[in-house]
Design a protein around this ligand. Structure first.
Ligand SMILES: NC(=O)c1ccc[n+]([C@@H]2O[C@H](COP(=O)([O-])OP(=O)(O)OC[C@H]3O[C@@H](n4cnc5c(N)ncnc54)[C@H](O)[C@@H]3O)[C@@H](O)[C@H]2O)c1
Ligand SMILES: CC(C)[C@H](C(=O)O)[C@@H](O)C(=O)O
Ligand SMILES: [Mg+2]
Length: 370
């Protein structure tokens, strides 16, 4: 039996609720298909803060470093609004990204056929949509120094964040964008704000230079990130792969989420560089959505983003392509059958909660066994 080490970090709010559905899928795969997932668990976010006063412990960081892949739920919520900035729940996620060196965040936005009517945009704008936002994840304004609030002594304070990018950080994400594009429609659009930001000027230069180093078969275009946001809602199907920095990628992927119907639909994969000896990448898989405090505890959360994140985990970390395809097809099947959580509900459909949706996906997965 294959030995596949997975660390589950369910986190806060709807994180544990959505993760519960993935747990059932993993249990089935271990029992019925000999998948050999070896599960460990840890605490992150507010749950970790409540247990030991920090958003992730060194012991759980060690587990994350030792795992083949990490499955992450969501962190945050009003309960922790007043904890010190360094210990806020979100800091646990940022530490995981930084310490595991997960520089590449793949955020696919796919509009399932059954949901073409659920977007706030017209059906013809989103129907058949399949784009990939590749977000740089360990640099930029998220991690640049200085990052502080200073007292100016005249009754004023100054908040400072620093946007920093070095050549190598842009090169490696650009190369990844070109490589991913080759597996898709072979087109990359790079987004920055070179008209305002020096880091944008460098980003544009380095992406262009990287393109010339063996990637000229891929079509490369550039767009200012604000115009990119506009084009994403005007005619998103013009894009294939969008490569952009940490902050623009955060915002543009939430915009892209609404093209698919709901934030509850969007999975993501965060990958590091291949290990020099084993070739394996460190990896963390998480839904794009947060802890959704407004619906946490009500059993209404859509578990599809979390389940689809597990499908990405099988695809990218374990080369379980057939299983990933089957799980994604199972999601499409339950949507075709008319099952909907509240966030994607529309007239004539059957409203279900988290557990019913998760169970239906698992049944559809089981039914697709060869
Ligand atoms: N990766 C993460 O852990 C992550 C990501 C984003 C936000 N957050 C944190 O989550 C907290 C809440 O942030 P927010 O409200 O801005 O964003 P959010 O993504 O938690 O929620 C935004 C809206 O989308 C809805 N929604 C999100 N996921 C859903 C799902 N699976 N099913 C149904 N509806 C869903 C919510 O009910 C809410 O109305 C904050 O503390 C924030 O920092 C964490
Ligand atoms: C929770 C927060 C730190 C995170 C981010 O800003 O990257 C989230 O919004 C995301 O998109 O994963
Ligand atoms: Mg975000």
């Amino acid at each position: 039996m294959a030995n596949r080490k997975l660390l589950l970090l369910p986190g806060d709010g709807i994180g544990p609720e959505a993760m519960g559905e993935v747990r059932h899928i993993i249990a089935h795969m271990n029992e019925a298909e000999g998948a050999g997932f070896e599960i460990d668990e840890g605490l992150v976010g507010g749950a970790a803060y409540d247990a030991h006063g920090e958003s992730i412990s060194d012991a759980d960081m060690e587990k994350a470093l030792a795992a083949d892949a990490v499955l992450f739920g969501a962190v945050g919520g009003p309960k922790w609004d007043d904890v010190p900035y360094e210990q806020r729940p979100e800091a646990g996620l940022l530490r995981l990204r930084k310490d595991l060196a997960l520089f590449a965040n793949l955020r696919p936005a796919i509009c399932y056929p059954a949901l073409a009517d659920s977007s706030s945009l017209r059906k013809d704008v989103v129907e058949g949509l399949d784009i990939l936002i590749l977000r740089e994840l360990t640099g930029g304004v998220y991690f640049g120094e200085p990052k502080e609030i200073i007292d100016l002594g005249n009754g004023q304070k100054r908040g400072i964040d620093t946007q920093v990018y070095d050549t190598y950080e842009i090169e490696r994400i650009a190369a990844m964008a070109f490589e991913l594009a080759r597996t898709r429609d072979n087109r990359v659009c790079s987004m920055e704000k070179r008209n305002v930001m020096k880091s944008g000027v460098l980003w544009n230069e380095v992406v262009t230079a990287t393109h010339k180093k063996g990637y000229e078969d891929v079509e490369l275009t550039h767009m200012l990130a604000d115009a990119g946001g506009m084009q994403l809602v005007r005619w998103p199907k013009q894009f294939d792969v969008i490569v952009t920095d940490n902050l623009f990628g955060d915002m543009l992927s939430d915009v892209a989420a609404m093209l698919t119907g709901s934030l509850g639909m969007l999975p993501s994969a965060s990958l590091g560089a291949p290990d020099e000896t084993t070739g394996k990448r460190k990896a963390l898989y998480e839904p794009v959505h947060g802890s959704a405090p407004d619906i946490a505890g009500t059993g209404a959360a859509n578990p599809i983003a979390m389940i689809a994140s597990f499908a990405m985990c099988m695809r990218y970390s374990f080369e379980m392509i057939a299983e990933a395809d089957r799980l994604e097809a199972a999601i499409a099947k339950v949507l075709d059958d008319g099952l909907r959580t509240g966030d994607i509900m529309s007239d004539g459909m059957t409203k279900v909660g988290t557990t019913e949706m998760g169970a239906a996906v698992l049944e559809a997965y089981k039914a697709s066994a060869a």
